[in-house]
Every structure is written in structure tokens, then in C-alpha cells.
Design a protein around this ligand. Sequence first.
Ligand code: APR
Length: 189
Amino acid sequence: MLRELLQNAQQQPLKSGVALWRGDITTLDCDVIVNAANGSLLGGGGVDGAIHRAAGPQLLAECQTLHGCRAGEAKITFGYNLPARYVIHTVGPVYAGKVSQRLELADCYRNSLNLAKEYHLHSIAFPAISTGAYGYPVEEAARVALLTVTQWLNDNPDYAMKIILTCYNSAVYKAYQELIDAAKRGELT
Ligand code: APR
């Protein structure tokens, strides 16, 4: 399945597709970067802390007007001092080994993409949501992420969207690369 999804995704308008990128998401000059936040939307550690530090205090001030965010939901703010114009805040599941959490994690990616489309944005960067403090196993989280974003591109064939999956550590990069390689060999259903 992933192989077909990736092949179809590559056939989308030239501006659509999925790319891996290694580095700090706060440095990316794209339309929107996604924050792996917590339910309060009032900042934290990890990528949440990095985004708030780079965006500056106005980001927190706008987040305070949003009254939190449920797991799987997505809310949007301006990017302020970030190169990215917007930040989409989403809350991943805290890993507890339940199969239902795959759906919640998939909702984070899908709802963020839908919100970006609603705002007519065409380039979006994701961190590996839930794979840090929230303890989601990297391989499984990468599979959910890749399947969800490629499915979204196939469900939105007429909308140009460049999706950047950022890898801040080698474990995440390796997990994504292995999935993509396996899909290209037709070894992933
Ligand atoms: N750029 C890109 N990715 C990053 C960056 C960065 N600057 N900093 C961290 N990451 C990566 C981590 O390496 C991990 O792969 O983001 C992924 C998600 O890790 P966390 O930031 O810990 O997010 P998560 O696991 O979803 O936990 C969210 O942690 O920081 C708090 O407020 C946050 O309570 C929330 C929880």
C-alpha cells in the first residue's frame, strides 16, 4: 500500500510530495511548521520549547487565546520571529501501547494538513510527533506519519502540498529512510 501511495504521491503536481530533511525545524523557511505541543499550548520542552524560543513571546501570547488543544486536534498561529509564516500546534498521544493511539497520531498529521489547506498553504514541515517525551516508538510513529501524509496527498490530488518530514536525530531519519526504501522495493503493504 505504501508503495502505491508513494508512487501516486510522486505523480502529483510537481509541487506536491514528501521529503525527508535532517535538522532543526525552527530554521525552515516554509509556509508552516508543525509543533508537537501539549494540551495547554503554553509551551514545554523538545520541539515545543525550540519553536517558542525561536518565535518569541508573541507566540505564547497568541497561544494563550486558543484555550488549549485536544490530542489529535490542530490549531494555527502566526510564526512571528520564525522564518515560517505560521505554526500549527498539534498534540500527539502519550504512548501507552494501545492500537487506538495510531489513529490519534494519524489525526495529528491529517488535521494539520487539512488546516494548512484551509489557510491555502503549500509547504508544511512536521517533527516526528510523539517520539520524544511522549515515548512513541520511532519505527511505528514513522510508519503512521508516512502512511497518513501520502494518503492525504492521494486524497487531495488537485492541491499542491510539499510535505517535509524533519528528522532531528538519526533514529528518526533511519526509520523513515528504511520505510521509503522498503516501499520502493515493494516490501511494504
Ligand atoms: N526540530 C525538529 N525536531 C525536533 C526539534 C527541533 N528543533 N527538537 C526536538 N525535535 C524532535 C525530537 O527529537 C522528537 O523526534 O521532535 C520529536 C518530538 O519530540 P518532543 O519534542 O519531545 O515531542 P513529543 O514526543 O510529541 O512530546 C510532546 O513534550 O516538549 C513537550 O510541550 C511538549 O508536553 C509536550 C511533549
